[in-house]
Design a protein around this ligand. Sequence first.
Ligand SMILES: NC(=O)c1ccc[n+]([C@@H]2O[C@H](COP(=O)([O-])OP(=O)(O)OC[C@H]3O[C@@H](n4cnc5c(N)ncnc54)[C@H](OP(=O)(O)O)[C@@H]3O)[C@@H](O)[C@H]2O)c1
Length: 258
Amino acid sequence: MSKTALITGASSGIGAVYARRLAARGYNLILVARRAEKLSALAAELEQSDGIAVRSLAADLTAEAGIASIEQVLRDEAIALLVNNAGMGPFATTANMSDADAAATLTLNVTTLMRLTRAVLPGMRARKSGTVVNIGSVMGFFPSPMSALYSATKAFVLTFSRGLAEEAAENGVLVQAVLPAGTVTDFYETAGISIDNFDASVFMTAEQLVDAGLAGMDRGEQVTLPSVHDEDLWASYDAARAKLFAGTQNGQPAPRYV
Ligand SMILES: NC(=O)c1ccc[n+]([C@@H]2O[C@H](COP(=O)([O-])OP(=O)(O)OC[C@H]3O[C@@H](n4cnc5c(N)ncnc54)[C@H](OP(=O)(O)O)[C@@H]3O)[C@@H](O)[C@H]2O)c1
């Protein structure tokens, strides 16, 4: 029997490519985003090209009703793969960002990702199989002006995914954080800045990004950095993180503070 994958933010960019690639792998799909017409067009295309079943669910994942409706699907159905991809990052200083944009960014990138993950996990744990792919960002470890809030939400995605990966592994469930760097999508126009303002040489295509993400998933990776060529960079960064934590575990203030 075919497995089912649910992808948020499937109406464009990285999510739409995940839909295409997972369709080619034989998954039935549930596509989620606000733009119903884009989802329907993609669904029709993939049903035709790959002979799979596709359901489109139009939902605003910053609104309680939208989040709750997708949580229900994730609880009721045997979802084999959840791709938490929907995300936004308005290009503005935190002080200048509208209240609505700030709230939506936090809800979509953090609360919704957490809620959908919590909704799908019990079933996966009971079935002792399943995969949750959380799309983070390299900005999650590189806070910078104009992206302070976005970077913080993506830091959440990485930290949450890593802890969850350890919790879920004992039940045969893989939690993978995929951390894109620059990827050519509508993300920047939606964020309020033309992609032309950035150095084109640091961008890959959404197809390259998703293919690397899926290759990482096939390798069972808990953290995938598609654009990092030197694997030692992550290994040494992670080792420094563990060393720093170990350095906090001594119960005494450091001499410079006493
Ligand atoms: N592009 C990059 O350089 C880059 C780098 C690092 C990380 N990322 C991450 O990659 C993920 C995908 O982004 P992308 O680059 O593919 O950008 P994108 O083309 O703008 O796609 C964003 C997707 O999220 C959906 N979405 C946005 N707000 C939503 C809402 N309120 N409710 C439901 N769906 C919503 C959009 O669909 P609707 O508008 O139809 O709702 C769209 O399908 C994001 O999490 C982003 O942070 C991107």
